[in-house]
Ligand binder design. Structure first.
Ligand code: 0CM
Ligand code: SF4
Length: 333
């Protein structure tokens, strides 16, 4: 008797995936700064939350620090894509450091919203993860007006000065569905709660979550390439599981793949977080091919055309400005 044919093993690659416009801008900014001013360039916090990106830039001469106090006087320091509180800018200025700001413009947009609502005397309920660099930066814009909301459970206990003047804002890299659940809980508590003028969760986070939901529907296993401290990447794994994927894992690179995950798996979904370089996805594809998954298809759920110009400090006529300075510094904070 003829055996039924074994269905081919295949990979479905999500599109879009990987670098967003803000990450591309920030990583390029470090590279350009190294080219223009030479090593070392100090970077406050990981420029983006990806181990490989950080290591590669370290090899080129970037030095990553967690505080401006660690940067030697007279040096250049770049702020990461996640943004900084005004206090950090002030400290850099006090220390005479030269700064380049690689904060993603979509994070800056949230900072501006926070400043505006605080000026209008709103209480701001900032939905986000405690301790995340972006949340620390945004909260620092108006610490007296901002309360951090970690999830729906926080809605019950939060207090505000005037229930008719409350607005919610959010971290840019949260789960869209979870955030809407938190907003619903807050609205039950504060019926007059105002929403941000436009989505705070950025286009790249949203698109990658839509993509991973599609993979979850079509695959028995979803692999997300990204680092453990990357909020948007971790959310993608959670979204895949919530969308019904039987299994989903985050891996930094091909070495993170455990062949036992693939038992009984015909279709593997593969995608990557906004801070994960495409070369790491290529490495995972090679590993999967070795394991018998050579047929690769694409599932496209959005087109991304957005790009951001480089930080203005890198677009100025630096030669002229550099005269009289020891290293050709772009901007003193
Ligand atoms: O915010 P998150 O932890 O996802 O950061 P990331 O560096 O992984 O991704 C890009 C960004 C921002 C802001
Ligand atoms: Fe900007 Fe979104 Fe990318 Fe963060 S994930 S750097 S907010 S585009």
């Amino acid at each position: 008797m003829n055996q039924p044919p074994v269905p081919a093993r295949r990979v479905l690659l999500a599109a879009p995936r990987g670098f967003c416009a803000g990450v591309d801008r920030a990583v390029t900014a470090v590279e350009k700064a190294l080219e223009q001013f030479g090593a070392p360039i100090y970077v406050r916090h990981e420029i983006v939350h990806n181990k490989y990106v950080v290591r590669t830039l370290q090899d080129k001469g970037a030095i990553f620090v967690e505080a401006t106090a660690e940067v030697p006087a007279g040096s250049i320091v770049m702020f990461s894509a996640h943004g900084v509180a005004p206090r950090v800018r002030a400290e850099a200025a006090e220390r005479g450091l030269t700064t380049i700001d690689a904060t993603c413009p979509l994070v800056t947009k949230v900072h501006k919203e926070a400043v505006r609502y605080a000026e209008e005397e709103y209480d701001i309920l900032l939905i986000g993860h405690e301790g995340h660099e972006e949340v620390i930066g945004t909260s620092g814009e108006a610490p007296d007006h901002i309360t951090l909301i970690g999830g729906p459970e926080d809605a019950a206990n939060v207090t505000v000065r005037d229930e008719s003047k409350v607005v919610w804002l959010s971290q840019t890299t949260l789960s869209v569905d979870e955030t809407m659940g938190t907003v619903d809980a807050l609205k039950t508590r504060f019926p007059l709660l105002l929403s941000p003028p436009s989505d705070d969760i950025c286009y790249a986070t949203q698109n990658r979550q839509t993509g991973v939901k599609e993979l979850a529907a079509q695959c028995e296993l979803v692999i997300v390439v990204g680092s453990l401290n990357s909020s948007n990447s971790v959310r993608m794994v959670e979204v895949a599981l919530q969308a019904g994927a039987p299994a989903a894992y985050l891996v930094d690179n091909a070495d993170g793949i455990d062949a036992t995950w693939l038992r009984e798996v015909r279709t593997v979904g593969l995608t990557s977080g906004a801070s994960a370089p495409e070369s790491l996805v290529d490495g995972v594809l090679e590993r999967l091919a070795e394991l018998g998954y050579r047929d690769v298809g694409t599932v496209r759920t959005a087109d991304e055309t957005i790009t951001f110009s480089l930080p203005h400090e890198l677009r100025r006529d630096l030669r002229a400005e550099a005269s009289g300075r020891t290293r050709g510094a772009p901007h003193t904070a």
